[in-house]
Design a protein around this ligand. Structure first.
Ligand code: 26Q
Length: 822
């Protein structure tokens, strides 16, 4: 009976217009004669939202009804970007919307451009979570994401006099994509202490008492799949003061100010995303965020399970929980606490359920990124959890001692508690001990985990607990949405858009590599995309770049290990070379635009220095009439997902040049190649598998290998270090104040010349520069370049997150997709 009232399912342009006008006039209370792009955006978003809601409700009903195992993806970051374009394409109504908007006098691009990015993440890890949600829905897996609803996402970056400035990103006003669920709340405890009490059977149980309480409120975001009716849910928790009696008493007692202060302090928990990536700094508020979100999510998951009235032993048959890095590790402890303290299970029975439920993904081997929390901090904030951690550690170490009776050292190496001052809790160790599978994100990375960081755990548990699932990207956003022209050209050749849901079909493109006409169209699309980026550059920096130049792009978080410094030193080297040339020689130079983008963590001084240097070099080079179009340097401010959608399709070459062994995987490397750009890179992260797939003749690899890094660092440490002669000239130019006050950059040059060059910039410089010369050479041969570009795209089928999600589903979660009929 309800079905006939589901009125808002438009299926063509006219019905879309009807819905659009209805929303503008009634929901938004705007007149059509006074309707700007923003109102058109809101109206369009509301129209599409209605469609999503209907499918979303049906999907949830279907999932509850079939009662299969579900996946819960716990991530502190979901870097979603914009939702409207994605919703239009997934629902398959973008053309209807374009025409409908046009009828009313709007350009769809302008309307789409009104939306604020949902920037609830730092970089790769957060964007991976967003791509996973897209694939989970597209493949019809019953899956939920759980995260935090930050009031402020990652800061907006402004460049002022060449320096990065951070501006808060307040994004929540008028967000049509979230649904507050004021009826879904969970009370979360902090502080207090532990009491032992007897339960009704006389058994001693721990209880956590006199804790402070903060309330978690659910906000739901619909996640549509592409070409399917499945619309999954992303649940984000927001914190507010608990409406418990205690707090009312304060108000009633006339302590108004202090009651409001409590309220604000509660709301602080979900206020801001921590802007460091790959650096851990032990702040109490961050630990509060982690527990708040883990406890609320687990409560929700357990509540859903309990409705089925199953035995606890069936929990792992109904629930798989994946930990996106160690940030949600407390969920393991919280689950054990619920089972033993609240549900009354025995320790061993509970622990078996826990380990069968959880899986842990590691994203980094950098030691400074490994999470540790001080024991006193945890004792104060989460007293019961610390006890449980100690118990887990005790049982674990007893087992290890039995297994390795003659090895005293191993116990202190693998102990969850680091015996430092203060003592520290090693979160990765809890995650390993509490999960049935641990995975890295690319082959080299997973191998390094097994042979270095987690070696002892391989000896203890056997190698089967450790596995690799190489990352991917969703081809919906990163090909179809970002590069519609290339997507339709491919569809034309392959006879449809099926490649968007089976990316391996791209291999059929290889048959057309020699097709002259096809090559022309391919080249034309790249030119158009470069023009589109050139316009963005003009609008945001004021610089004019020649779109015929070789576009060389490095966009990612700024980090010493990612080596943007190597890139900018290479640019200076190129500049000096051009300056030293005769007019005749300059005619042979391949014109180049070096494009950078990315945010530095606000407290990461060295990263900010690198940004500063890039901008100073840009100011000099771009205004040097000797150089003209032969070299331009661009820093694109505030790199984010929606800018990436313009940047990735526009590269000739992109840079993925981390010190070998340091980048977990990288995912922008995949986006660039998927869009027909070539890459220059080190043998690191997923570059290695990209090379295996596309062939080593189609990639520019350089630099030392991961296996040589340790030895080189060791030699530097003992004084065996020689600055590369070409790099020395670059440093001389910097020190001669060519790019402003040399003092501004002394930390950067000193880290290489004087402090051991930890990231091997000097060691790799020669190889880097000569490889760039090969890039120039190759670019001159347009036909050959095009062949490389097409062949590479044809061989990228492996790097879809659809493949990735199916691997997780089979080898870690043991879940099946849910059949969806119309
Ligand atoms: C930890 C503790 C306290 C505060 C912040 C953090 C924190 C936050 C974000 C630590 C790490 C991150 C983000 C890490 C990240 O983005 N890693 C990247 O993950 C990608 C997806 O797997 C990989 O492709 C990249 O190689 C990896 O660097």
């Amino acid at each position: 009976a309800w079905r006939k009232y589901s009125a808002h399912e438009f299926t063509n342009k006219d019905e879309f217009e009807r819905e659009l006008v209805r929303h503008i006039e009634t929901t938004l209370a705007r007149s059509l004669y006074n309707c700007d792009d923003l109102a058109a955006y809101s109206g369009t978003a509301l129209a599409f939202r209605d469609r999503l809601i209907i499918e979303w409700n049906r999907t949830q009903q279907r999932q509850t009804f079939t009662d299969q195992k579900r996946v819960y993806y716990l991530s502190l970051e979901f870097l979603m970007g914009r939702a409207l374009d994605n919703a239009m394409l997934n629902v398959g109504m973008k053309d209807a919307a374009r025409e409908g908007l046009q009828d009313l006098g709007f350009r769809i691009e302008d309307v789409i451009g009104q939306e604020h990015d949902a920037a609830l993440g730092n970089g790769g890890l957060g964007r991976l979570a967003a791509c996973f949600l897209d694939s989970l829905a597209t493949l019809n897996y019953p899956a939920w994401g759980y995260g935090l609803r930050y009031r402020y996402g990652i800061f907006k970056q402004e460049i002022v006099n060449g320096y990065q400035m951070e501006v808060p990103d307040y994004w929540l006003d008028n967000n049509p994509w979230e649904f507050p669920r004021h009826d879904i709340t969970v009370d979360i405890q902090f502080y207090g202490h532990v009491k032992k009490k007897q339960d009704e059977n006389g058994k001693l149980v721990a209880s956590w008492v006199e804790a402070e309480v903060v309330q978690a409120v659910a906000y739901d975001v619909p996640i549509p799949g592409y070409g399917t009716k499945t619309t999954n849910n992303l649940r984000l928790w927001s914190s507010k003061a608990s409406s418990g009696e205690f707090d009312f008493q304060k108000f009633n007692a006339g302590d108004y100010e202090s009651a409001v202060a409590d309220q604000q302090s509660a709301e602080t928990i979900s206020a801001v995303l921590y802007p460091n990536d790959n650096l851990e700094r032990g702040k109490e508020l961050r630990l509060k965020q982690q527990y708040f979100w883990c406890a609320a999510s687990l409560y929700d998951i357990v509540r859903r399970f309990k409705k089925t009235k199953r035995a606890w032993s069936e929990f792992p048959d109904q629930v798989a929980i994946q930990l996106n890095d160690t940030h949600p590790t407390l969920a393991i402890i919280e689950m054990q606490r619920i089972l033993i303290d609240i549900e009354g299970l025995e320790w061993d029975e509970a622990w078996t359920i826990v380990t069968k439920t959880f899986g842990y993904t590691n994203h980094t081997v950098l030691p400074e990124a490994l999470e540790k929390w001080s024991v006193p901090l945890m004792q104060n904030l989460l007293p019961r959890h610390l006890q449980i951690i100690y118990d887990i550690n005790l049982y674990f170490l007893q087992a290890v001692e039995k297994q390795f009776p003659n090895d005293r050292e191993i116990l202190s190496r693998v102990s969850i508690i680091e015996e430092s001052h203060p003592k520290m809790v090693r979160m990765a160790y809890i995650a390993i001990i509490g999960s049935h599978k641990v995975n890295g994100v690319a082959e080299l990375h997973s191998d390094l985990l097994k042979s270095t960081l987690f070696k002892d755990f391989v000896d203890i548990y056997g190698v089967d607990r450790f596995t690799n699932v190489t990352n991917g990207v969703t081809p919906r956003r990163w090909l179809h949405q970002a590069n519609p022209a290339l997507s339709s050209l491919i569809a034309e050749k392959l006879g449809g858009h099926e490649f968007l849901t089976d990316l391996t079909l791209l291999d059929k493109l290889e048959a057309f590599v020699d097709d002259k006409d096809f090559r022309r169209q391919w080249a034309h699309i790249k030119s158009d995309n470069k023009l589109r980026l050139a316009r963005l550059i003009k609008d945001t920096t004021g610089y004019t770049v020649n779109p015929e130049s070789l576009f060389d792009i490095q966009v990612k978080r700024i980090h010493e290990y990612k080596r943007q410094q190597l890139n900018i030193f290479g640019v200076i080297h190129r500049y000096l070379k051009i300056k030293g040339m005769s007019a005749e020689e300059r005619k042979k130079v391949v014109p180049r635009v070096s494009i950078f983008g990315g945010k530095a963590a606000p407290g990461y001084w060295m990263a900010k220095t690198i940004i500063h240097l890039i901008n100073k070099v840009a100011a000099v080079v771009n205004n040097d009439s000797d150089v003209g179009d032969l070299l331009k340097v661009i820093f694109i401010e505030d790199y984010n997902v929606s800018k990436a959608e313009i940047i990735c399709p526009a590269s000739d070459i992109s840079e993925h040049i981390s010190t070998a062994g340091t980048e977990g995987s990288g995912t922008s490397n995949m986006k660039f190649v998927l869009n027909g750009g070539l890459i220059i890179g080190t043998c690191d992260g997923a570059n290695i598998e990209i090379t295996r797939e596309i062939g080593d003749q189609n990639i520019f690899l350089f630099g030392n290998l991961a296996e040589d890094v340790e030895d080189l660092r060791h030699r530097h440490f003992y004084g065996d270090f020689q600055l590369d002669p070409a790099l020395e000239k670059v440093f001389k130019a910097i020190k001669d104040n060519m790019f402003g006050d040399a003092g501004d950059f002394s930390a950067l040059t000193a880290s290489i010349e004087e402090h051991g060059d930890y990231y091997l910039v000097s060691d790799d410089f020669h190889s880097y520069v000569t490889t760039h010369e090969m890039v120039d050479e190759a670019f001159l041969n347009k036909e050959e370049w095009l062949a490389k570009s097409i062949t590479s795209v044809a061989r990228m089928g492996f790097f879809s997150t659809d493949r990735v999600i199916n691997e997780y589903a089979d080898s870690i979660w043991n879940v099946e997709p849910l059949a969806v009929k119309d």
